[in-house]
Design a protein around this ligand. Structure first.
Ligand SMILES: *[C@@H]1O[C@H](CO)[C@@H](O)[C@H](O)[C@H]1NC(C)=O
Length: 419
């Protein structure tokens, strides 16, 4: 099991006031420089003993693997993924797999580390939790099969029961099939993901399709009057102007990770979710060091260790989309055999194999949020501690469900203008 050693160095210290006036009632005291130390993650964390959280950690670790692979394939462009929707399609496919292929998929999804015998039942619970209406997350996955395929009757009921998925059999007419896919996607995401014009390849045997949309609602909304064009440093030499939201007195959770040389901040979203930002101290498009440390356990630790502070915050407005395939990416995650000669004998008697993994994602945040911040009352003449947190250079963001710990979306923002 991945063991993570986290060292947080608190480079900030609050100026303590002798005044008894409560200016920041929600803030926990930060440990001073002397309190710096290493925390070894306990594998027996009670959080991971809850079956749905344990499963969420497993599929999220697959998600970080998928992201790392995708990011290494795209060193100079943004990356946007909803790994959970990809994991869902794979997990669903494993219901149609014989033992050899089932093990292959289960290893990729880290199910081999789970003792829970009812993975698929727990997955249903996870899906119900993360797609609850207050989460604003639309996520859909699907198994698409070659035309005229005869499906074994035993395959469909468990698929529908745990994943709400009905396998789709292609007609073989590219125009009709594309239209049907677009219609399905529109229905599943309530029209939030635009229609694709990318035709499906002709030689499909098994295609996995996954899509997700998310529009963030901050717990504390940004004041749109404070949004303005500001610098974003693409790299050491190039700077662009982009719309940046700002909050001069944001309350956020923060930590400086000296090993990763990055500033981590967490902002809460409505629906028990949060956005975690990883911002390198120096401008760079090489985020490898941070990426390599991303695991469910590490993120869980961060969630516990960050300290509440007040900061001058600037965040670029973001609207990112992805419409493409992650076939080659998935292959690299020890899943090549699914594309060669897998055992999918619980789906059909015919020899079929995975040919394509499609992914669509749309992700957005702007000023929108639930309410105004409860402001600490500023007293004139008092020294106000303030830290700057400006997302004005390439960064990574992680959208996490606080209830289960599930990774819902993940992105590398090298250029906030998109795509
Ligand atoms: C990116 O950073 C990593 C770790 O710091 C380093 O090993 C790697 O060589 C860098 N890659 C590039 C392309 O500079």
């Amino acid at each position: 099991m991945m063991k993570t050693l986290v060292t947080f160095l608190w480079a900030v210290a609050f100026v303590s006031y002798s005044s008894s006036q409560n200016t920041a009632g929600t803030e926990e005291p930060l440990p001073g420089p002397d309190a710096t130390g290493a925390t070894v993650v306990e594998e027996e964390d009670p959080f991971f003993k809850v079956p749905v959280n344990k499963l969420a950690a497993a599929v999220s670790n697959f998600g970080y693997d998928l992201y790392r692979q995708k990011s290494s394939e795209s060193p100079t462009t943004n990356v946007l993924l909803s790994p959970l929707s990809v994991a869902t399609a794979l997990s669903a496919l494993s219901l149609g797999a014989g033992q050899r292929t089932e093990s292959t998929i289960h290893r990729a999804l880290y199910y081999d580390l789970i003792t829970n015998p009812d993975i698929h039942g727990t997955y249903k619970e996870l899906l119900a939790s993360v797609t609850a209406s207050q989460k604003n997350l639309k996520s859909a996955s699907r198994i698409v099969l070659e035309k005229k395929l005869r499906i074994k009757s035993g395959f469909v009921p468990p698929l529908e029961k745990s994943y709400g998925i009905r396998p789709r059999i292609l007609t073989g007419n590219p125009r009709i099939d594309l239209q049907e896919m677009n219609n399905w996607l529109q229905a599943q995401t309530k029209g939030k993901i635009s229609r694709s014009s990318r035709e499906l390849p002709k030689d499909i045997s098994v295609l996995l399709f996954s899509a997700a949309h998310f529009k963030g609602q901050w717990v504390t909304k940004f004041d749109s009057r404070k949004t303005s064009l500001q610098d974003f440093h693409l790299d050491e030499d190039r700077t662009i102007r982009v719309p940046m939201m700002s909050d001069p007195k944001a309350i956020l959770r923060y930590g400086l990770d000296s090993d990763l040389n990055c500033k981590i901040a967490q902002l809460p979203l409505t629906g028990s979710m949060s956005m975690i930002f990883f911002l390198p101290v120096k401008v760079t498009q090489n985020l490898t060091l941070i990426e390599e440390s991303l695991t469910s356990e590490f993120i869980h630790d961060i969630d516990r260790e960050l300290k509440t502070i007040q900061a001058v915050l600037t965040v670029p407005k973001i609207k990112l989309t992805y419409d493409g395939e992650v076939t080659e990416t998935v292959k690299q995650l020890k899943l090549q055999s699914l594309f060669d000669s897998p055992d999918l004998s619980k789906i059909t008697g015919k020899a079929i194999k995975l040919t394509q993994v499609e992914h669509r994602a749309a992700f957005e945040w702007n000023e929108d949020g639930a309410g105004e911040a409860p402001r600490p009352s500023a007293q004139p003449g008092r020294l106000a501690f303030s830290l700057d947190y400006h997302l004005d250079k390439p960064f990574i963001f992680v959208l996490r469900d606080t209830d289960t710990g599930a990774l819902l979306f993940l992105g590398k923002v090298l250029d906030p203008r998109g795509p």
